[in-house]
Design a binder for this molecule. Sequence first.
Ligand SMILES: Nc1ncnc2c1ncn2[C@@H]1O[C@H](COP(=O)(O)OP(=O)(O)O)[C@@H](O)[C@H]1O
Ligand code: SF4
Ligand SMILES: [Mg+2]
Length: 324
Amino acid sequence: MASLLKVHDLTVCYGDRTERQIRAVSGVGFDLVEGEGIGILGESGCGKTSLASAMLGLLPRGGYVLRGSAVFRGTDLLTLGEPGLQRIRGAEISLIHQEPALALNPVLRVGDQMAEILIAHRRMNSKQARNEAKKVLEQVGFSVDSNIDQAFPHQLSGGQKQRVVIAQAIACGPALVIADEPVASLDAVVQMEIINLLQSLRKRLNLALILITHTPDILVPIAQRILVMYAGRIVEQGPAHQVLEAPLHPYTQGLLKCGLDLFPRESSVRPLASIPGEPPNLAALPTGCAFAPRCSDRMEVCEARAPIELHPEKTRDVWCFKYE
Ligand SMILES: Nc1ncnc2c1ncn2[C@@H]1O[C@H](COP(=O)(O)OP(=O)(O)O)[C@@H](O)[C@H]1O
Ligand code: SF4
Ligand SMILES: [Mg+2]
């Protein structure tokens, strides 16, 4: 399958370049092929949003890419500049946020705001764009006679709003959708509806999907591969069922220790189990393994130097001295 995105050594910081930096993402690398679904799993504050934002040139004020590359279809997004990124965002790569209300314009009808995107990126005239908007809204589960295109965002439920945001994300036929905690603000039943919708669209449209979450269960229907992040680094990656059923890294084991129902009922979506100890301070990470202060498998070497990438199995990578 054709390569779509190659991220290499991506390192994202916040703060003055000369003062103490917060290193939110450290040396992250992964590949994605067309149509592939991957999950990025980790507790709040581990750098997931910074990773996604950096790739799309959307870091907040004070955030910057220290080094690395994110090559999408042969072009490094990190060196592209704002005009180039504007051509790609929404057209070739779409981002779905956690809070759908913030992604929608409150004073425009749903159909009008979708038409704006189609006019900007697909050079349609107003009538063509409105008709296309209705078709895309059908693709995300609204019936033709719902007249959803005439609604204002405040008239919609949370789940309906997120469907509209997904419709906007797929409207221009992107190759990649990055969904950053797309169901975190929804209740459990609606969460699984939205996840199943994303999965059916992924298959139907051959979309590559990066699903970012702190909730392992929602990765089950979508992710073929899972990357686990801790303190800005990937600590483990491998095929989804292997990572979820037999995690290697002590951090992943801690996250999943309650046991995962691989075929969750709609109401069983739950956040990560909590791990004893403090989350890491990204402004003062230890020399060795960042998880060492919380790790019951800790050895002397863990505090002396940072773990390197190891391959205890052919398809799996883990950054932990236990596997040396
Ligand atoms: N706007 C910001 N200014 C300063 N530091 C930030 C900002 N956003 C995020 N950070 C830092 O980056 C870390 C990672 O944040 P984030 O990427 O949002 O993590 P996640 O999405 O996994 O919750 C945070 O713990 C925080 O220290
Ligand atoms: S490297 Fe050491 S401290 Fe870090 S997770 Fe592995 S065993 Fe624990
Ligand atoms: Mg986040």
